[in-house]
Design a protein around this ligand. Structure first.
Ligand code: 5CA
Length: 440
């Protein structure tokens, strides 16, 4: 993409309304624009990151055996009346009437609808286990939308729903999602820690929140230090095997959000030197709620003994749009965002320091063509801005690698390669750059 033809509305001033660094940087780097309280338009750079995150989430869900569907944002109220949640959900739910005066709502979550889909088609335990997920916009009329996309009113969520014949099966499904979450967040360069949590309006008696440690996090958390650097299961993890040891190894160590925290237990179980009290951002939450929805909605299957039983359910959410903010909180410096490569909006920034200089233009064109042909996503700054402004913008938007091409180094056949994360600069020949970044 040529910057001269791109839409990159960066801001010079730091927006006054933004209280935390990720929100400031998202506005300054032109990722999003607020359209109403807690409601954002995603600009070109922002949507690229959002789609990268979405794709990682999708791949890891599929790997764990979940199956993608897409449910609508608008839902009829009847399903929610069946489960008793229409009244229970309160003012956080955006209620809408259609032209026939039918009560509708903008979905804050989908347990009720997915249970309706399930009961319409599935009759036998032989179809189980089943896990259906979608990646869809949600609306929650939060009292205090804040911190940009981290606590929005409209936000993108991945929500998965598991159906099993019995508790043991449900536990296996829960463990699959738990392990898939560890992998999903690690692929985005995030260290997350699963912590025991309250179940809130989703219900049930077992839940973990996946927390990224960050000073600006909304939740206070208490944990055993050894959880912070525990290795994450690799790509070869077999989701059909018994995953309980991976979960048990973590759940053996104390980790809890403030709503379920027990100070006496914390002190009894964790040696003083290993006690960590910190703040964190919740990027995902998993719930086991048994028959909370299947009972009132009569979502039953016939078991091997010929008897009908309500299915055992769980739900598993990831804050896809929140993750954009969370990743920035975890990865930035004074100059701007530092994207982990797997979620970066572009792979490489190519900076032409002297547009109009024949040799510089030719070297840039050659690099741009070769890199693009090799499948790299390149943002080519071919504008007439001053070098200082070009560097500042590229540092702000955080593309992992910058290739800087100017007449001075080019005179000796060289270009400069800068790694955004470390600031390390290296002069290499144009051919070496072609080889390193466009080689097979
Ligand atoms: N149905 C269940 C799981 S599928 C559910 O709704 N879980 S949740 O309430 O915990 O939300 C799932 C994830 O969505 C959260 O972990 C969080 O990362 C994200 N999320 C929740 N509320 C917001 C919000 N207001 N703004 C941005 N992300 C949010």
């Amino acid at each position: 993409m040529r910057l001269s033809r791109f839409f990159l509305p960066v801001l010079k001033e730091t927006p006054a309304e933004a209280q935390i660094v990720s929100h400031r940087l998202m506005l300054r780097a032109g990722l999003v624009r607020q359209e109403a309280a807690g409601i954002y338009a995603w600009l070109p750079l922002g949507i690229r990151v959002l789609q990268k995150i979405e794709q990682i989430v999708r791949e890891e869900m599929n790997r764990a055996g979940a199956i993608e569907i897409l449910m609508p944002t608008l839902q009829p109220s009847e399903l929610w009346k069946e489960t008793g949640r229409y009244d229970a959900y309160g003012p956080e739910m955006l209620r809408i009437k259609d032209r026939h005066d039918r009560e509708m709502l903008y979905g804050p979550t989908n347990e009720d609808m997915v249970t309706d889909i399930f009961r319409s088609y599935v009759r036998s335990y032989k179809s189980l286990p089943l896990n259906l997920y979608h990646i869809q916009w949600k609306f929650r009329d939060e009292v205090r939308p804040r911190f940009g996309v981290m606590r929005g009113r409209e936000f993108l969520m991945k929500d998965a729903y598991s159906f099993d014949l019995d508790k043991e099966g449900a536990r296996r499904s829960y463990n699959k999602m738990y392990v898939a979450y560890l992998r999903t967040f690690a692929r985005m360069g995030l260290k997350t820690i699963p912590m025991r949590a309250e179940t809130g309006p989703i219900g049930g008696d077992l839940s973990h929140e996946f927390i990224v440690l960050a000073e600006t996090g909304e939740s206070q958390v208490f944990l055993h230090q050894d959880l912070i650097d525990m290795p994450v299961p690799g790509e070869d993890v077999d989701f059909d095997s018994d995953l309980s040891p991976i979960v048990a190894e973590r759940t053996a160590l104390y980790a809890a959000t403030s709503d379920v925290h027990d100070q006496a237990r914390f002190e009894a179980e964790v040696p003083e030197a290993k006690r960590v009290t910190a703040r964190g951002i919740e990027v995902g939450q998993v719930f086991y709620f048994g028959s909370k929805y299947s009972k009132p909605m009569k979502a039953v299957v016939t078991g091997p003994d010929g008897k009908d039983v309500p299915v055992e359910g769980g739900s598993y959410g990831i804050g896809v749009s929140r993750l954009v903010g969370a990743i920035i909180e975890a990865s930035h410096d004074d100059a701007g965002i530092i994207w982990p490569a797997p979620v970066a909006p572009f792979d490489i920034a190519l900076i032409n320091l002297k547009v109009g200089d024949a040799a510089t233009d030719a070297a840039c064109d050659k690099l741009y063509a070769a890199l693009t042909r090799a499948g790299r996503d390149v943002l080519y700054d071919d504008t007439n801005e001053r070098p200082g402004a070009k560097f500042a913008t590229m540092d702000l938007i955080g593309i992992p690698v910058q290739i800087v091409v100017g007449p001075r180094s080019l005179a000796s056949g060289a270009v400069e390669v800068k790694t955004r994360a470390t600031g390390a600069k290296e002069e290499i020949s144009l051919d070496a750059a072609l080889n390193r970044f466009a080689g097979s």
